[in-house]
Design a protein around this ligand. Structure first.
Ligand code: C5P
Length: 288
């Protein structure tokens, strides 16, 4: 039996996000191309008789450590217990999955550690992004986050992620939307030969939450514009309901230099360079 595991929880990025309708229960229908970053949180799990959670890392201060923490709520679906340590690198409530990525990492880790399957558990009810974060594989996400189709062959993108440290409320942004019945993405996505090709297609797509989020939090537009003005930036867009924005660059070097420049100009912002794509290998639980 495995007694200790390290699980990487990659950030989730919505390269596109179309809001295509609203259900009677208020939840919105989405159509989104989701990828994952080599930037993320880390969860350590050790077998124990009871549940415990410690949070450390640069973003620890903003994580609610109480019993209703999403990580513990997912953990309690398993038996008997585990000591969890969450090393928090991603800003909370920032449109890049944070809590959902952590919950999905605990789900993967405890599945391996306990050997228990948890078929039939409604992960979606715990967080709309948890199902797509479980595999951390590039995917098209539809429905309310429940219809997930893996997308193979997507070229990796070199990016800068930037968050101006303004908290945004996802329900507030959905309520502020002027149009809730926008067109979906094409039924069949194109095939992409390389990152420039993917980026050119992404430029024809959109995030339907961006305008509403920027009207509520103008710092998001400033972030996106600052990103777009960096040398070599091919595309700048908000992820999820914000406030984190991503900028696509042609190489890892260009992204690293751009991130240094942005971090220097905006010392209060969270800024990281990284790679986007499928992260299912990196996200696999590793025995300690
Ligand atoms: O599940 P999660 O915490 O990510 O969702 C936050 C809120 O965003 C939900 O309570 C709901 O108000 C809104 N939402 C929505 N439609 C979705 C996903 C989330 O309206 N598909």
């Amino acid at each position: 039996m495995v007694t200790g595991l390290r699980v990487f929880a990659p950030a989730k990025i919505n390269l596109t996000l179309n809001v295509t309708g609203q259900r009677d229960d208020g939840y919105h229908l989405l159509d989104s191309l989701v990828v994952f970053a080599d930037v993320g949180d880390v969860v350590h799990l050790r077998a124990a008789d009871a549940w415990s959670l410690q949070v450390d890392g640069p973003e620890a201060a903003s994580v609610p450590a109480g019993d209703d923490n999403l990580v513990l709520r997912v953990a309690r679906l398993f038996a008997p217990g585990a000591a969890l340590t969450l090393t928090k690198e991603l800003p909370v409530a920032s449109g890049i999955g944070g809590g959902s990525a952590d919950a999905a990492a605990v789900w993967r880790g405890l599945g391996v550690m306990t050997g228990q399957g948890r078929d039939g558990v409604d992960l979606l009810a715990l967080g709309a992004d948890i199902p797509v974060c479980v595999s951390s594989q590039a995917a098209r996400m539809q429905g309310v986050g429940d219809v997930i189709t893996p997308v193979g062959g997507l070229p990796d993108l070199h990016v800068v992620l930037a968050n101006p440290r303004v908290a945004v409320s996802t329900p507030h942004i959905f309520r502020t939307l002027a149009h809730k019945d926008n067109a979906p993405m094409p039924a069949i996505l194109p095939t992409f030969t390389d990152a420039a090709d993917l980026c050119a297609w992404l430029a024809t797509q959109r995030n339907d939450l961006q305008a509403a989020a920027e009207s509520i939090a103008p710092q998001i537009a400033l972030t996106r514009q600052a990103m777009a003005a960096l040398p070599g930036c091919m595309l700048a867009r908000m992820s999820g309901s914000g406030a984190t924005c991503f900028g696509v660059f042609k190489s890892a070097t260009a992204a690293t230099q751009a991130a240094q420049r942005l971090a220097h100009a905006q010392p209060g912002w969270w800024v990281r360079a990284g790679r986007l794509g499928s992260m299912q290998d990196a996200a696999r639980p590793q025995a300690l």
